[in-house]
Design a protein around this ligand. Structure first.
Ligand SMILES: [Zn+2]
Length: 124
């Protein structure tokens, strides 16, 4: 994955404009205050809060991640590995709960990335 791609900034917690500044303050999605974001990119100064309520719609992106994850694991475990559907569902629910901070952060980065054109060469 290229360090200059939009996918890189979404997956690796980087600014969608310069791909260098951190998007969330904490590096790990599984730490306290996982939801605290920088208001501006620490590298290029890009505004991460374009307007009040901007990230409200990112919950639909998050829903998409949950759906994609559920479908993917369904086909792997139930269709391919022939795991019983009950055991699959018993295992699915805790993993969805555990992945909530990760999907939350990915959804916000994805949502902002849709509205910002990348300029990887941008300097502070
Ligand atoms: Zn930046």
């Amino acid at each position: 994955m290229s360090a200059n791609s939009r996918l890189y900034s979404i997956v690796v917690n980087k600014c969608p404009r310069c791909h260098q500044g951190d998007f969330f303050i904490k590096k790990s999605a599984f730490s306290k205050d996982f939801d605290k974001m920088h208001e501006h990119c620490p590298h290029c100064g890009e505004n991460f809060m374009p307007e009040p309520g901007f990230y409200w719609a990112s919950m639909f992106v998050s829903y998409g991640f949950y759906t994609l994850y559920s479908l993917l694991t369904f086909f792997i475990f139930v269709q391919w590995l022939q795991v019983d559907l009950d055991y699959y569902l018993i295992g699915l629910i805790p993993t969805l709960i555990l992945l909530t901070p990760y999907f939350f952060r990915m959804a916000r980065r994805t949502w902002l990335t849709l509205f910002i054109a990348p300029r990887p060469q941008m300097k502070a």
